[in-house]
Ligand binder design. Sequence first.
Ligand SMILES: Nc1ncnc2c1ncn2[C@@H]1O[C@H](COP(=O)(O)OP(=O)(O)OP(=O)(O)O)[C@@H](O)[C@H]1O
Ligand SMILES: [Mg+2]
Length: 814
Amino acid sequence: MRPLRLHLADFGSFREPLTIDFTDVDYFALVGPTGAGKSTVIDAICFALYGTVPRWGRENVIAHALAPSAASGKVAMVFESAGRRHGVVRALQRDAKGRVHTKEARLDELDPAVPATAGLDDLMGAVLRPIAEGDAVTAEVQRVTGLEYRFFTQCVVLPQGRFAEFLHAQPRERQDLLVQLLDADVYERIRQRAVREEDAAKQAAAFARGRLARLADADEAAEQAAAARLESLRGLAERARSDLRALRERDDAAAALRQERTSARQRLTALTALAMPPDVPTLADSVRQAAEALARMSAEVAKLAEAEQGADDERAALGDKAALTALLTAVDDHARVARALGSARSAAATAATGAAGLAEAEQRAGAALADAERDRERLRDAHAAADLASRLAVGAPCPTCLRAITELPHHAAPADLGAAERTVRARGADLERARADRRKAEVEAARVKQKADELENQLAVLAARAAAADRARVTAELTAIEAAEDRLARARRATRTARGELARAERRAAELREKSERSWREVDAARDRVVALGAPPIDRADLHAAWTSLLSWREEAAAAERKALGGVEAELAAVERARDQERSALVARLAGHEVQVAADATPEAIHETLAGSVVHAEHRLARVRENRVQAKELAEQAAAKEREEQVAHELTLLLRANAFERWLCAEALALLVAEASVTLSDLSGGQYELVLGERGEIEVIDHAEAGLRRSARTLSGGETFQAALALALALSSQVAGLAATAARSLDSIFLDEGFGTLDPATLDTVATTLERLAAGNDRMVGVVTHVPALADRVPVRFEVSRDGQGSHLRRVVS
Ligand SMILES: Nc1ncnc2c1ncn2[C@@H]1O[C@H](COP(=O)(O)OP(=O)(O)OP(=O)(O)O)[C@@H](O)[C@H]1O
Ligand SMILES: [Mg+2]
């Protein structure tokens, strides 16, 4: 890790933004008064990378980073590591409650093509790829630089007052540090991997041996046996070829005989299948009887048709039945209307009499009403007179005669006027009823009279139509007509029945004719089926005779076929017997060679089995040969894996229980101490050397005290600084060479104070050593010092001062 730019704002004692350019700086000093802010610059480098600073003690106490009362602050650094350029930024912010948070943390890989002299923004802006943000930044910084925080604070930065940490550390802590610094734990990882590889090789070897065991019979004897088996089967197949040919010929002969037997059986079946239909013997008689019945029915129908015609003529001669029926109806109607007219006339007379009586009753009711009204008027007058009389006075003029009244008249009390009124109303109602009855009777009399008039008119019309009619004669004529119609109907029914029977007889005759024709076709077809067997021609005169002669020929032909069939069957049995014997002999011979075929196998099946056995033997031989090749390969494979297992096993033994790691650290420490010892001897003017004690602690040999060994802790402040510086320089120069992965490169070292404890001569030696280190150009050296004798010798000085505005930094080049 080598810084190119460091930027800080509101960090520690620095308030104003400040960017320090380390581009061309190999060796620099931070100088300035106490409390000016020198260590703060070194802190900023550490904080930028790891987010913490050694003097804060606990890690992650970021509140200390922010300048007091500043609301936010920032540290950024551009640095190079392992040939790549990176930029790291950490920005802080104080919240309302005064707590400080990381606002931004970022690590990017930067483009190295941007000139190192460019401004901070240009350098930081040329991002090749973002690497990490937030909490992940510190881990990525460790990966990129190869330096954990505690290596950084013991090997790169020797912080003020803590530079002796490595010197004074417990052997165990030192070993831990070295293990990580040297990546020595890689050997533990190698051991674990060797254990895994030992297991894997062991398994692979066991697997190969297991497969090899399964191929145990793949030896030369097996190959010879397989070859011999193949040879013998090929010979057997060659010899069996003629036997199989003979078997096939036997099979062909048997097949031909079976074919012949089948044909003979088919012919016999055709012959025995001939059978005369059961109705053939009676069919001719039936046809004849049907023809006779048909002729009979035709004659019957003709006769009945003639009788029907006669009845029809007879009926036609008897006249019009409808006219006679109408005439009879007119005669009967005339009589009925004449009777009705008589009744109507007497009813009209009765009605007229009734109406006249009711007219008189009405007159009587009118007179009774007039009487009642007169009585009522008289009573009204009596009441008026009595009323007037009651109001008269003697001497007053009389209202009717206008003369003076001399004496008051005396009126008896008149009868009740209400009764007279009720009588008038009762008489009025009587008159109304009598009037209504009279009107109703008059209407009825008019209606009855009108009906009598209408009947009279009807009678006149009917009298004209039925004038000359004789009812008895008309009735006799109608009776004769009905009798003739009855006879005609019976004649028609008889004719219809006979015609139905005639139709049935015709159908029956047609059916029998058709049946007869079909029977002829059947006998022809039956003969056709056996004509090839020599059937005689058909006698076409008589169906029954045709069948009889065909069947008698069939008996002779069937007897001849049966005899021939017996001959074929005997011959077939002889051929099959011979074939079975030959096949049994062949099957037994094959069984002798362990080739199994069924006792009734066909020649093709035997041939296939035999050929299959040969192919199987060929495969077997090929497999044995393949297995031998494979067994050889497996044996080699198993041996190789066993060797690998052995090597891995030995490696795990060598690296077991971190023994190698411990040995490596002890060696590294010895080398470090040896190199540091030379430097210390230089710095101390030959007084001190460093050695390792028995328990791994660092001791000094004091040549001023006759080479006495004592603990490094007994050194004075200045001597401690010399020893620590010597160790730090040795670490810085050796770690890269010792590290297993060679990933570390301690290409800078910063020393914060301690120089004030040195006497001028030692200071000179230290200064010379540092100048030499820086002159190598592969390492940046930075020192913080108050000592002018040292500061003046450093080529680049940064003067740090502090005022009310905070710390300030100025570069001074000598
Ligand atoms: N976290 C902090 N917050 C505020 N002030 C701080 C913080 N850390 C240090 N200071 C102050 O900042 C000033 C600079 O401190 P710094 O340690 O950088 O001084 P210095 O220049 O190294 O001094 P010296 O020569 O004594 O070592 C000091 O006054 C110190 O008390
Ligand atoms: Mg300081």
